[in-house]
Design a binder for this molecule. Structure first.
Ligand SMILES: [Zn+2]
Length: 448
C-alpha cells in the first residue's frame, strides 16, 4: 500500500506507484468455486434478492431473504450496509434482536457513511444451523456513499459490488451463493460473473457461479461498448467500456498472454464460464476508487484506470487469481492468493517488458517491505501494514527464493500447492520443506 490508509478498500490489485491514495484490504476479491466438494461449501450463506435500481437517481429498493448457515458456534452476526439505505422490514426465523448503528469503525478504518447491523441471537447457533432473515430496504445510493471500494451509479456506467455495501455483507463468513432478480429501466444491458440472463426489457436474473467469496456484483449501462474475441483454446475474452477505447485490443492481448503463461505450468483453471469478462469503464467514468481492481466468480475482472502498462500489470495480477484465490482474508494465509498472484504477475511482466522493468519492480517491493516493522506471519485483521506485507514482502521473498532455487523449482512448488488445493501458509511451508528441507523453510519465514 502506498500513501494514506484513510479508508478500507476491499478489492485486491497488483499495486503500483500510481495508486497512492488508496488502501486496499483485499478481503473479498476472490472466489472459491463450487467445483470443490468440500464440506464447507454446504455452509455457504444463500442470498435470494430482488432489486429495483434506477441508475439515473440511484434509487434502490430490495426485498429478499438471506439464509445464514453457521460455520461455527455463533451468538452474534455483524453485517455492514450502506448508510444511505433504510431497513424497512426485517424478521428472523430464530429469536433474535437487531441493533443498527450509523457511522462506524471497521478494523482501524472510520466509516462515517456505513451502518452496522448487529444481530444478537437468544440462543447461539451451532455449526450447520440455519437462520432465515427476511428483509426489505431502500434508499438512494450515491457514489460518495461508497466507502469500502469502487462503485458508481449512473446511466452510462453502473458498477455495484460487495464493497458498495448495497446488500448486507457479513465479512466473518464470506462464502455465499446468490440469486438476484434485477429490475432496471428498459434498454439497460447487464453483465456479471457466472450467469446473467435477460428475462425481459431491463429485467435480468443473475446467479452465482457456485460459491463466491462475499461478492454479489454486476455492471450495467444503457450504452456501453463491448469488444470480444477468442483468446485461445475456445476461450472468449470481452472488454466492457463506457466509450470505445484504443486500449481494448491491448487489454485482450494482455489477457491472452497472461492466461497462456500461467496455464503453461498450472493447467487450465476452473473457470465458471467460457468467457472472461473485463470491466473497464475508461477515463470518462470515475468510480469511488478507480485504482482498484478485483476478480469475481473466476470469470469477471474489474480493471483499474491508469496508464496502459500499469493496467496490464494489474491485469496480470488479477488473471493469476483465476488460479490463486485461497487463504482466508486478513490472515497470513492470504499469502496464497495475494503474494503468489503478485509474484507471478511481476514475473510475467518481466518476461513481457524486460529485466530492467522487473528489477525496478523488485527494488520497489524491497523498499516498501523494509519500511514495515511487523511480519506477514503475524498478519491479523484489516490493518495498514497488511497490504504492504502481502503485495511487497510476500512476493519479495518468492523472488529471493527464485534466486536461490531457480524458476523451475518454484514452478514445481506452486504446481503442487495448486493441485493440492492448499489454503494455508503452513501448507506452503510443508511443501517447501519436503522439497528443499527445513532450513529453507526457516530462511523463508525469516523473510516474511
Ligand atoms: Zn489480488
Amino acid at each position: 500500500m502506498k500513501g494514506i490508509a484513510q479508508r478500507p478498500n476491499t478489492a485486491c490489485s497488483g499495486l503500483t506507484g500510481k495508486r497512492t491514495k488508496f488502501a486496499r484490504l483485499a478481503l473479498a476479491a476472490l472466489v472459491a468455486l463450487s467445483t470443490s466438494a468440500n464440506a464447507q461449501s454446504d455452509n455457504a450463506n444463500h442470498y435470494d434478492l430482488t432489486a429495483a435500481l434506477d441508475p439515473a437517481s440511484g434509487a434502490l429498493s430490495v426485498t429478499g431473504t438471506i439464509d445464514i448457515v453457521a460455520d461455527k458456534r455463533t451468538a452474534e452476526i455483524e453485517m455492514l450496509l450502506n448508510g444511505q439505505l433504510r431497513i424497512e422490514q426485517i424478521s428472523f426465523s430464530r429469536e433474535a434482536e437487531m441493533q443498527t448503528e450509523n457511522g462506524i469503525t471497521f478494523g482501524t478504518y472510520p466509516l462515517p457513511r456505513t451502518q452496522r447491523m448487529l444481530i444478537a441471537l437468544a440462543q447461539p447457533m451451532e455449526p450447520g444451523d440455519h437462520l432465515q432473515i427476511a428483509l426489505a430496504y431502500s434508499g438512494r445510493l450515491t457514489t460518495e456513499s461508497f466507502e469500502m471500494g469502487r462503485g458508481i451509479v449512473s446511466p452510462l456506467w453502473t458498477e455495484l459490488s460487495a464493497d458498495a455495501l448495497w446488500y448486507p455483507v457479513w465479512y466473518d463468513e464470506p462464502d455465499i451463493r446468490y440469486t438476484l432478480s434485477l429490475d432496471l429501466p428498459p434498454k439497460f444491458d447487464v453483465v456479471g460473473p457466472g450467469r446473467y440472463d435477460r428475462v425481459g426489457d431491463g429485467k435480468w436474473r443473475l446467479s452465482s457461479p457456485g460459491i463466491v467469496n462475499t461478492r454479489i456484483t454486476f455492471a450495467a449501462s444503457d450504452s456501453w461498448t463491448i469488444a470480444e474475441r477468442e483468446i485461445g483454446d475456445g476461450l472468449m475474452g470481452a472488454v466492457y467500456t463506457a466509450r470505445r477505447t484504443a486500449k481494448t485490443d491491448s487489454i485482450l492481448t494482455g489477457l491472452e498472454q497472461a492466461f497462456e503463461a500461467y496455464r503453461t505450468f498450472l493447467g487450465t483453471p476452473a473457470l465458471s464460464t467460457g468467457a472472461i469478462k473485463i470491466i473497464y469503464p475508461g477515463p470518462e467514468v470515475e468510480p469511488t476508487y478507480p485504482q482498484q481492481a478485483y476478480v469475481a466468480g473466476n470469470d469477471f475482472i474489474v480493471l483499474d484506470e491508469s496508464d496502459l502498462q500499469v493496467q496490464l500489470d494489474t491485469l496480470n495480477h488479477e488473471v493469476a487469481h483465476l488460479w490463486w484465490s485461497r487463504g482466508a482474508p486478513a490472515t497470513p494465509d492470504e499469502f496464497l492468493s495475494e503474494s503468489i498472484a503478485e509474484y507471478l504477475a511481476k514475473r510475467h511482466g518481466g518476461d513481457l517488458w524486460g529485466a530492467e522493468w522487473l528489477e525496478r519492480q523488485r527494488e520497489r517491493m524491497r523498499a516498501r517491505s523494509e519500511r514495515i516493522d511487523s511480519s506477514l506471519l503475524e498478519s491479523d485483521g484489516f490493518t495498514g501494514d497488511r497490504q504492504a506485507l502481502l503485495y511487497n514482502r510476500g512476493p519479495a521473498m518468492l523472488f529471493a527464493l527464485e534466486d536461490r532455487i531457480g524458476r523451475g523449482a518454484i514452478d514445481a512448488i506452486l504446481r503442487e500447492v495448486y493441485s493440492r488445493r492448499a489454503d494455508t501458509l503452513d501448507d506452503f511451508f510443508e511443501i517447501l520443506s519436503a522439497r528443499h528441507g527445513k532450513t529453507m523453510v526457516d530462511w523463508a519465514r525469516d523473510r516474511l
